[in-house]
Design a binder for this molecule. Structure first.
Ligand code: PLP
Length: 460
């Protein structure tokens, strides 16, 4: 057994991995654990020296690319200076105050304050508590239900996991909890009726949302949470008119809008936030991932003026805001975020995501539109997806047992590219670092072509 086999064996015996077939992993019958050892730019390298293009930026998070030493240096500087102090009872650090001011200036809508956590899940958990707290404090204790979308992804903690609209995050884990309602996914390709335009389809989704709110009673519905571009549910940009129609309904019934910008925030869709692109005016915003480009865990809830004014005013009556984590506003996280966002701004990564994302989509369309098993190619900024179908004319899906999406993803991986098989249907997703250049995009497309050809040949 060599050194790396020994590490793999230690892992098998000791790590409970997310999204892994546990028995195969523990017994050694499953895939060999991949020991990731280094990374630079858009490429990661395993311990045996194999290089892979990371077409998914880790989990849509390493927006500035790997190996940016100035972020590592900012982390080290802060660790030497002050590794930790809490942010309870008005304690702060220079990095934290600067980061918060900066986020408020970058953000869409009228944001007032920033609360910090460590993950997208805990940010959305906090958002639910803010909705409940806000409505309790303004004398509407029944206005608590939160509407989320089918195939929305908001994390996997208890409330955020309940907001997530995918069954396998719930099954056997006693989720969803009560008080989370579900509305339809805005995917025109599968959801539209024959001849229905995107605008009409968007309006139908908004009408369904309105019917749901009226059915439940507007006095019981506190918030609606959604990603500007639906992410893990399949990388689905909204159809034309969707956000305008949805926001009109929310305003009519005094329902707060939580924009889950965990993927879209900080340039991924070609604008600073997804909300900027779609004219979304959120009351609350969740961010994580691109906030530090995942150099260290950090998330934030941006709290809009409307909500903040109520909770500030109530402090004299109900006491201090009683929510916070040991690591809320961690100084090393704040320093990492400031350094990562310096890069995002200096290198105009939002602008680059717009132009290179357009190039990526154009290349994917050019290469794969004619493939007999490609149903839809979609994307915005540096988010793109190819959806595979058994029959284009009749829009029929493949038998899930064929695992077409996972097989194409695996074939790409064997050729040196990570592109993710998304969990619903047969979808290959791309969310590369925003620093990926056109040559690297071409490499990604070439590998995808070879992978698709292999699996198409196997299917005939
Ligand atoms: N919200 C969105 C839109 C996400 O994509 C994710 C993670 O992928 C989360 C929330 C949860 O974030 P985390 O995995 O950091 O808890």
């Amino acid at each position: 057994m060599d050194h790396f086999d020994a590490i793999a064996e230690l892992d098998r015996q000791s790590v409970l991995h997310p999204f892994t077939y546990l028995k195969g992993h523990a017994s050694g019958e499953g895939p060999v654990p991949v020991i990731i050892e280094g990374a630079k730019g858009v490429r990661i390298r395993d311990a045996r020296g194999h290089e892979l293009i990371d077409g998914f930026a880790g989990l849509y998070c390493v927006n500035i690319g790997y190996g940016r030493t100035e972020v590592a240096e900012a982390i080290a500087r802060q660790a030497y200076k002050l590794a930790y102090y809490h942010s309870y009872a008005g304690h702060t650090t220079e990095e934290l105050a600067r980061l918060s001011d900066r986020l408020l200036r970058m953000a869409p809508g009228r944001m007032s304050k920033v609360f910090y956590g460590l993950s997208g899940s805990d940010a959305n958990e906090t958002q639910a508590k803010l909705v409940w707290y806000y409505n309790n404090l303004r004398g509407k204790p029944a206005k608590k239900k939160i509407i989320a979308r089918e195939r929305g992804y908001h994390g996997c903690s208890v409330i955020a996991g309940s907001m997530t609209g995918m069954n396998f995050y719930h099954d056997h884990m006693d989720l969803p909890v009560s008080g989370i309602l579900r509305t339809g996914v805005p995917h025109h390709y599968w959801g539209a009726m024959p001849g229905e335009t995107e605008q009409e389809f968007s309006q139908r989704r908004a009408d369904e949302l309105e019917a749901l709110i009226l059915g439940e009673g507007p006095g019981t519905v506190g918030a609606f949470i959604a990603e500007p571009v639906l992410g893990t549910g399949g990388i689905i940009p909204p159809p034309a008119g969707y956000w305008a129609a949805i926001q009109a309904v929310l305003r009519r019934y005094d329902v707060l809008l939580i924009a889950d910008e965990v993927i879209c925030g900080f340039g991924r869709v070609g604008t600073p936030f997804g909300s900027h692109l779609y004219g979304i005016e959120p009351d609350l915003i969740s961010v994580a991932k691109g906030l530090t480009s995942a150099y260290i865990p950090l998330s934030a809830c941006l709290v809009g003026e409307k909500v903040y004014a109520v909770i500030e005013e109530a402090t004299d009556r109900v006491g201090p805001f009683s929510h916070g984590y040991t690591y809320s506003g961690h100084p090393i996280g704040a320093a990492a975020a400031n350094a990562a966002l310096d890069i995002v701004e200096r290198e105009d990564l939002a602008g680059k995501a717009a132009t290179r994302g357009a190039y990526l989509l154009q290349r994917l369309t050019q290469e794969f539109q004619q493939s007999p098993i490609v149903g839809e190619i979609r994307g915005v900024g540096m988010l793109a997806a190819i959806e595979f179908v058994a029959d284009r004319a009749h829009k029929t899906r493949f038998d899930p047992a064929l695992k077409v999406g996972p097989r194409i993803s695996q074939a790409a991986r064997e050729r040196g590219l990570i592109a993710r098989a998304m969990p619903h249907g047969d979808i290959l997703g791309f969310a590369p670092p925003l620093v990926m250049n056109e040559g690297e995009i071409d490499e990604m497309v070439d590998i995808t072509r070879a992978a698709l050809r292999q699996v198409t040949d196997e299917l005939v």
